[in-house]
Design a protein around this ligand. Structure first.
Ligand code: SAM
Length: 229
């Protein structure tokens, strides 16, 4: 399907066959439609907090002929999953900021096995949340879409990589340990540059200085190791 952007395609690739999926903040519902057409998901609950995107989603779903597989819901977050006592194998949250995603995750419940998350902002707070819950990282991808680099992560409650170190939190336990692609390196070279600029601007006795320096040193160490390989 040509309408699927590289980001949405990478998210779809994290869904296995015959899953029951929740697509929170579906907007146009393109991802849900792809998952339905591709037969990857057996059932999809596509939700949005706003009525306007849901009306667009409804039109798109009808024109692609997948209304039998996708249930549209006007809902805020994921509380409805527990209320309806549904079993969701993967709950997708994409195209929102980490603050909104973390707020939604406050309603995490045992009815959901995995989360596939593609945040518009820094992913580290999401990894922190997963670590605090003792959940695992099953998959991680870093991709380029429309000149923006996105990290996409699949959190699994039962299996995967543990988040153990500061490096795991910053870079991601899988992305850190596997061969680094050009987007991974670009992202962290840019972050290193940003931190260098910041460190030149704030007084050394400020608390933030120490935090930024520590973070920069971790990034520099990783990049140096990469260059020596
Ligand atoms: C930028 S769109 C992302 C669409 C699609 N998921 C994607 O990644 O391309 C974000 C959508 O999330 C919806 N949204 C924001 N907060 C939400 C919440 N708490 N619960 C459900 N939907 C929400 C918005 O109404 C909007 O349609």
């Amino acid at each position: 399907m040509s309408f699927l952007t590289p980001r949405l395609f990478a998210i779809a690739n994290m869904i296995s066959d015959r899953e029951v999926v929740a697509d929170i903040g579906t907007d146009h519902a393109y991802l849900s439609i792809y998952l339905a057409k591709d037969k990857r998901a057996s059932k999809i609950f596509a939700t949005d907090i706003n009525e306007k995107p849901l009306a667009v989603a409804k039109n798109n779903i009808m024109s692609f002929g997948v209304a039998d597989k996708i249930e549209l819901l006007l809902a805020d977050g994921i509380e409805w999953i527990r209320e309806k006592d549904l079993k969701i194998s993967s709950c997708i949250m994409a195209g929102m900021g980490s603050g909104t995603i973390l707020k939604i995750l406050e309603d995490d419940c045992k009815n959901i096995d995995c989360y596939v998350i593609s945040s518009n902002t820094d992913v580290e707070p999401i990894r922190k949340w997963a670590k605090s819950k003792k959940y695992f990282i099953e998959r991680e991808e870093i991709i380029l879409d429309n000149d923006i680099i996105y990290e996409i992560i699949k959190i699994n409650k039962f299996a995967g990589q543990k988040i153990k170190t500061k490096e795991d939190l910053i870079f991601g336990p899988i992305l850190y340990k596997t061969k680094h692609n050009q987007y991974f390196l670009t992202k962290w070279m840019e972050e290193e540059q940003k931190l260098t600029t910041l460190l030149n601007q704030i007084p050394k006795n400020e608390k933030k200085y120490k935090e930024f320096l520590k973070r920069k040193n971790i990034i520099t160490k990783m990049l140096k190791k990469e260059n020596s390989n």
